[in-house]
Ligand binder design. Structure first.
Ligand SMILES: Nc1nc2c(ncn2[C@@H]2O[C@H](COP(=O)(O)OP(=O)(O)O)[C@@H](O)[C@H]2O)c(=O)[nH]1
Ligand SMILES: [Mg+2]
Length: 456
């Protein structure tokens, strides 16, 4: 895909102005290029910050005071010679450094190219490279913790342990295959089945947590639904802690769909406020109601809002029916006002939380319920190992292959059909190696690294 023999350069800090900005060089000429950019003759001491003045030949006279740090190969993030040039965070200065580096022989890095080189040089495996991207993308502390765990190698270690058991089993089955004439089995059918069960259990344990992991990594879509005027927009604003949606005493105020990101219990939620569900009074409201129904259809959770201060009406019942097949939390609002009813009609499924947006009573309880409903009741505090859907689907494929292999062992009732079992175990091994990147194709790498940012 990319050449790995040349020296790449990129701005590593976000676009825009800041106190500092960092340009990163990696490759055989990194130190020479940094020296040319600053007119330094003395070599840079490894891993020590060195003050220098920028002298970019074709930089249009742009200058700056910078700090250079050299990380000689192999003790660098990419495994190659690296230099970080820390300048002031002026887009003009950073662009001049970039131009100067290219004039001195560097090539502009592609997205994720630094991480790719780290992978190819054995500095990180694929799981860890993906974890860096996740850590950068994290918007909640829980997401960041889960990503950092993977960066530290918890998932890599768990997979290595599974691979090692599997490798041992494969070796013994192969030995039995290779020396059949000796009439000697290196492993009995029962032993093989027991060992395979152990491997399967480890895979199952990783997968058990993966739905929750994916929820943490990717967040969820939560839609507020309800008849006009029950307090959806008020609740939307309260959960965002911002006055985002217009709230009025008049039914039909919200006609468009509003979406905002919010951290609830560590989960990054896209919260959607919708037009009240009722027979529309005009074309705009009709479109709003259509959008509301669309959002309901793809939501991970629906907050079905009711107003307890007035009797339930047809619009409420229609909303209850329309959301009955969705994962749903019934939110009973306006409990600060005298109640028009206490119990919901029979047959309405879903947990219920009573709140008052006005007095904020019940809002914490509601936040807890939202987190618990999305996580399927499990606690959200520990970081799951598997958060990435790519990893989960490869683990599922490994599980399927292992299950087939186990079935082949059982069907043979003790006479070990090594060839069949081995084919399945090999498939499982391939899946595990694809997770950590020991077995990859250029296409896969391209696909994964393309979503990284430039300079990473
Ligand atoms: N007393 C009381 N009024 C509320 C509460 N929540 C919302 N309201 C009022 O109900 C009206 C409709 O609220 P709004 O959020 O626009 O409802 P929506 O049409 O469902 O979006 C407004 O006048 C709000 O101030 C509450 O908990 N208690
Ligand atoms: Mg509204």
């Amino acid at each position: 895909m990319f050449s790995t023999a040349d020296t790449i350069v990129a701005i590593a800090t976000p676009p825009g102005r800041g106190a500092l900005g960092i340009v990163r060089l990696s490759g055989p000429d990194a130190r020479r290029i940094a020296a040319e950019l600053t007119g330094r003759d003395a070599p840079l001491a490894p891993r020590l910050a060195t003050f220098a003045r920028l002298r970019v030949a074709n930089g249009g006279g742009v200058g700056d005071e910078v700090v250079l740090t050299a990380f000689p190969s192999p003790r660098s993030s990419t495994g190659e010679d690296c230099v970080e040039i820390c300048a002031h965070g002026s887009p003009v200065v950073l662009a001049a450094i970039l131009r100067g580096a290219v004039a001195a022989g560097a090539r502009l890095a592609e997205p994720g190219e630094f991480s790719l080189r780290a992978l190819l040089n054995g500095k990180r495996d694929l799981v860890q490279a993906e974890a860096v991207a996740d850590l950068i993308e994290a918007v909640t502390p829980l997401q960041a913790r889960a990503a950092f765990d993977q960066l530290q190698g918890t998932l890599t270690g768990a997979i290595a342990a599974i691979e090692s058991d599997l490798f041992d089993l494969v070796a013994r089955l192969e030995a039995s295959l290779d020396f059949p004439e000796e009439g000697y089995h290196f492993i009995s059918g029962d032993e093989a089945a027991a060992s395979l069960d152990g491997v399967l259990q480890r895979v199952e344990r990783l997968l058990a947590d993966s739905a929750r992991g994916r929820l943490i990594r990717e967040g969820a879509l939560v839609t507020l639904a309800g008849a006009p005027n029950v307090g959806k927009s008020s609740l939307f604003n309260a959960l965002l802690a911002a006055n985002r949606a217009i709230v009025t005493p008049f039914p039909g105020t919200t006609r468009d769909m509003l979406t905002e990101r919010v951290d609830i219990g560590g989960l990054s939620l896209a919260l959607v406020d919708t037009a009240g569900l009722r027979p529309a009074q005009d074309a705009v409201e009709e479109e709003g109601v259509r959008r509301a129904e669309g959002s309901l259809a793809v939501s991970d959770l629906v907050l079905a809002v009711l107003d307890r201060s007035r009797p339930l009406e047809d619009d409420d019942r229609r909303m209850i029916d329309a959301t009955s097949s969705r994962a749903r939390l019934i939110v009973v609002n306006k409990i600060d006002l005298p109640p028009a009813w206490i119990d919901l009609p029979d047959g309405i499924a879903g947990d219920r939380v009573d709140i008052s947006v006005r007095t904020e009573e019940g809002l914490d309880e509601l936040r807890r319920h939202i987190g618990a409903s999305l996580a399927g009741g499990t606690a959200l505090k520990d970081e799951p190992l598997v958060t990435n859907v790519r990893h989960a689907s490869l683990l599922e494929a490994a599980r399927a292959a292992l299950t087939r292999g186990r079935q082949a062992l059982i069907d043979s009732r003790g006479t070990v059909p090594e060839e069949f079992v081995l084919a399945d175990l090999q498939e499982a091994t391939d899946c595990l190696e694809e997770i950590t990147g020991r077995r990859t194709t250029d296409d896969l790498l391209r696909h994964i690294f393309e979503r990284f940012c430039v300079g990473k």
